[in-house]
Structures are given as C-alpha cells and as structure tokens.
Design a binder for this molecule. Structure first.
Ligand code: PHE
Length: 341
C-alpha cells in the first residue's frame, strides 16, 4: 500500500509539473485528490491493514496529499504569472512608432466671425441670449409695431405653419428684443445671434435661411449718440481703426428714429470698386432707438427708459472678411472650400 501511495504521489507530481495550463490543474486535483479520486480509492483499502499499520499509513497519506496540494498551488501561481507576463509582452505599445494622423475639422469661418463679434460685445458688458426660431407672429411682427397690412407679413415672404398665420419661422432676430424686455430685469445689454428665415430663392446673395445678430440696450437716459458711439467702436474693432462710418436715415416700424449704418469701403477707400459694387460704401446694419410703443407694449415706461437696437447680417460680414463672393459656399459645407480657412 505504501508503494501504491508513493506511485500515486510521483505520478501526480509529474503530471502537475508537466502541465502548461492552469485549467487542467483543477482536473488533476480532482483526479488524484478528489472524493472519487485515486487517493480515496487507495485509502479505502486501509481496512485490510492491521491496527498497528494503519496510523503510519494514514500519516503518510496525509503527508503525500499535503505535498501534492502544495505543488498544485505553486504550479498554479507560476502558470498565472507566466500568463500575465505573456499578455503584457503581447500588449506592449511601441511609443516610438509614428501615430496615425486623425484629420481634424475646425470651426466654420462664419462662426469665427461670430465669435469675434461676441468677444467685442462681451467686453462691453453685453449678455449673449438665445431664443426660438419657431416664433409667434405676435413676437415676430405685432409686438414690434409691424401692423397687419405690412408686406413682410405676406405668405409669399414668410414661412407660416400650415393653415395658421399665428406661428412662423422668425424672419428677423428682432423678436428677441421683445423676449429680452419681457423676461429680463432692467437695464438690459444683450446681443442675440441666430438663424432667420425668409421665402427667398437661392442665389449668390440670397438664401431662405441666414443669420442675424440682434443687439439691444435699454436703460435710463440712453440716446442716439450712445448707439452711434457703440457701433462706431464695434466697426473699428472689426474693420480696423479709422474706418469711416455713415449713419443714413431709414425706416423700421420698431425703431424711431431709424437708420442704416454704412462703412466706407475698406478696399477702395470710397472711390468705388467691385467689393462695394462701385458705391464706395457698404451697408452693415439697421438700427434705431427702440420705439416708445414697443417699450410700452413690454411693460417698460418710455418716459423713464429708452434704448437702442440694431440688427446685422452675419453672412455678409463673413463674406466681407474672407472675400467670399458667393453666399452658397457658406452653406454647402464643401470641405474643399472650408479647408481654406
Ligand atoms: N430686424 C431688422 C431687419 O431684419 C434690422 C433691425 C434690427 C433694425 C434692430 C432696427 C433695429 O432688417
């Protein structure tokens, strides 16, 4: 019996040391030491031994079992370690290899211009506000003192929702004046950039969707000279110091008085060239003093408060800045075009 035990021990030890795989260690344990394993079946024969022989044999069996178990453990640890090392080896990254170039996009040129404008106004203490593109006609027209018969309300000019002229796509960012006056505490200094929509056919200077930046100041004692000084400053920041401006009388229903701001063509200095279409001046924006009726309609007392507002087209500004001659290029998202900026 002693020999049997010794044989089992040797066979087990050899099998354990020869195996290269952690999982098969478990099946070796079951085979040799398990409940129905080889050791158990040898020990079953203990009954045949004399009472004197039994303790010694039991002790030997225990000692051999301990040895086998110990070896199983050591082998398991060694195999696990080897497996980890192999994995690490396979997964090493050679940091000296050149990387794969990821083509990276960049901001659309028009949004670069917008960022520049935002920076200028933030620097002057203005807030940037955002509002709905789907707008109530009340806000797009009525509250801006645009009466029922005004041509801009026509179905041929404005996108209305089917069968309902109460809701439209905003045709200007000016409804943001109303939203700001209705919701913000006074005084207000804000700009509101965003998309606007008009029923225009697409050509080199028109698009049914384009961008405007609305600006507005409401406070006590605000005058037209504040408007002129502020806009002159903005123009100098965009077009350079010494840019000559011209405020031309105009009409908007929601401002009184109203004006348009032109800059003297920065290409030809006013002599006339293709950039200014021979006129010497380039129209930049519409502006004016917020109409007392509009103030009152928003619950602001026009005898106490006054304010000015302006609205400018962002595309035109970007086209001037980047010498883009066709508006369509701005919206087509052709990377061959956009890559240039
Ligand atoms: N909303 C006007 C337009 O689209 C521009 C404007 C804004 C004029 C604010 C005066 C004051 O033409």
């Amino acid at each position: 019996m002693k020999e049997l035990l010794q044989k089992l021990h040797d066979a087990a030890m050899q099998a354990i040391l020869e195996t290269e795989d952690v999982d098969s260690l478990e099946s070796l344990r079951v085979k040799y030491l398990g409940k129905k394993g080889e050791l158990t079946s040898i020990l079953r024969q203990m009954g045949r031994l004399s009472a004197e022989e039994r303790p010694a044999m039991g002790q030997l069996a225990n000692q051999l079992r301990a040895e086998i178990e110990q070896t199983l453990e050591t082998r398991r640890a060694a195999l696990n370690e080897a497996r980890l090392e192999m994995k690490l080896l396979q997964e090493t990254v050679d940091v000296t290899l050149p990387g794969k170039k990821q083509p990276q996009g960049h901001k659309h040129p028009m949004y670069n211009v917008l960022d520049q404008i935002k920076d200028i106004f933030i620097g002057m203490g203005f807030e940037i506000v955002d509002g709905p593109e789907v707008e109530l006609s009340d806000y797009n027209f009525t509250k801006l003192n645009i009466d029922e018969g005004h041509p801009s309300r026509e179905w041929t000019d404005t996108f209305y929702f089917t069968g309902d002229s109460r809701i439209c796509l905003r045709t200007q960012t000016s409804p943001m004046q109303i939203h700001a006056m209705e919701t913000r505490p006074l005084p207000i200094r804000m700009i509101a950039p965003g998309r606007v929509y008009r029923k225009d056919e697409v050509d080199a200077t028109h698009s049914p969707m384009f961008h405007q930046i609305e600006g507005m100041v409401i406070d006590k004692g605000v005058t037209m000279s504040d408007l002129k000084a502020t806009l002159n400053l903005v123009v100098e920041k965009i077009y350079g110091k010494g840019t000559v401006t011209r405020f031309r009388p105009h009409h908007f229903p929601f401002t009184e008085p109203s004006c348009e701001l032109d800059i003297q063509c920065h290409k030809c200095g006013g002599r006339g060239c293709p950039t200014c279409k021979g006129e010497g001046w380039i129209e930049v924006l519409g502006a004016g003093m917020v109409h007392p009726k509009v103030l009152a309609g928003c619950g602001i007392d026009p005898d106490v408060y006054s304010g000015w507002a302006f609205g400018m087209g962002l595309e035109r500004l970007a086209m001037g800045e980047y010498k883009i001659t066709d508006l369509r290029l701005i919206f087509e998202n052709d990377v061959r075009f956009l890559e240039q900026f």
